[in-house]
Design a protein around this ligand. Structure first.
Ligand code: SF4
Ligand code: SF4
Length: 291
């Protein structure tokens, strides 16, 4: 098999410990992928994907045995996404010293949208320490500080000012550009506007678009912590479950009728699944191609 996937998202836990007001409907129960299942998944995705992203909804840094997962994924190129809330000196060392982690994403947006305001200084402290140690080690990994809450015209909302100010001071910069700022070697601040999640509770009444292209199931794939395979990381509840890796092989799932129909539909610019018809990602992709 060739490496058909650019990225496979694997949710090793759906627990993040936070309550962001913008989050997609939350999982009903906290769940973590068993190590034995992760081992099977890591082996099966290895020949077909260029990259494995350890994230769909939860935060990998909430796991106290994250190192055991990383040990099973030594043969994969990894990307990891975290809110940064659980970053401590042990996690910093693990992230920076795990050779095959190529990119560390920190979703700073989460700090601004909790029920109760959080202390920004203490939140940022370990994140900036990670950046400092990255510099000291002359690490080649990418660190992306993400603020995906920009307005549609990519200007920044006022909530961001406090974070910009602290980041600007720490990196000794004159200005910050909300869309993209290089903070240091391989460390960037990246902005994007809020992603509009599919309203699952109101799916029947959501406006649908029948035409549209997407790389779901052909170049990107998601695997939820219960082993369900979904076409993308936006299908956080397994609405389009293509199969389950507890009982099936990845190859069987990728060749299933539902997967093939979905892919062939997209090739003809048709969204077969109702969930995809309500999803905004194809419009985002179209806009990106035009840019
Ligand atoms: S957006 Fe991410 S960090 Fe925030 S509640 Fe949802 S899963 Fe958790
Ligand atoms: S259209 Fe949306 S829901 Fe469907 S596969 Fe693409 S990103 Fe996922």
């Amino acid at each position: 098999m060739s490496k058909q996937f650019e990225k496979v998202f694997v949710e090793i836990t759906n627990f993040c410990g936070l309550h962001c007001s913008f989050c997609t409907p939350k999982k009903d129960t906290k769940a973590t992928m068993p190590l034995a299942l992760f081992k099977k998944i890591a082996q099966e995705i290895s020949p077909v994907t260029k990259l494995c992203a350890l994230h769909i909804l939860g935060d990998p840094l909430t796991l106290n045995n994250l190192n055991a997962y990383l040990d099973l994924a030594k043969h994969l190129k990894l990307e990891i996404t975290t809110s940064g809330f659980f970053l401590d000196s042990k996690a910093i060392s693990l992230l920076l010293n795990t050779q095959n982690i190529q990119q560390i994403n920190l979703s700073l947006t989460s700090a601004l949208y909790q029920n109760k305001p959080i202390a920004i200084n203490s939140y940022l402290e370990p994140i900036l320490e990670l950046c400092e140690q990255h510099k000291h080690l002359q690490s080649e990994k990418f660190i992306n500080l993400r603020l995906w809450n920009l307005n549609l015209d990519l200007s920044a909302p006022k909530e961001n000012v406090i974070l910009y100010q602290k980041i600007q001071d720490f990196f000794n910069l004159k200005t910050i550009s909300p869309k993209k700022t290089r903070l240091a070697y391989k460390i960037h601040l990246l902005g994007a506007h809020f992603f509009e999640w599919v309203d699952l509770e109101n799916l029947k009444n959501t406006t649908k678009t029948l035409n549209g292209f997407c790389y779901g199931a052909s170049k990107q794939l998601g695997i939820l912590c219960n082993g369900s395979v979904v076409p993308c990381c936006f299908d956080t509840k397994g609405t389009i479950t293509l199969g389950n890796l507890n009982t099936q092989s990845l190859s069987e799932i990728l060749h299933s009728k539902r997967t093939q129909n979905l892919i062939q539909g997209f090739q003809q610019n048709i969204r077969i699944e109702e969930f995809c018809q309500a999803c905004k990602y194809p419009e985002y992709l179209k806009k990106k191609v035009k840019e």
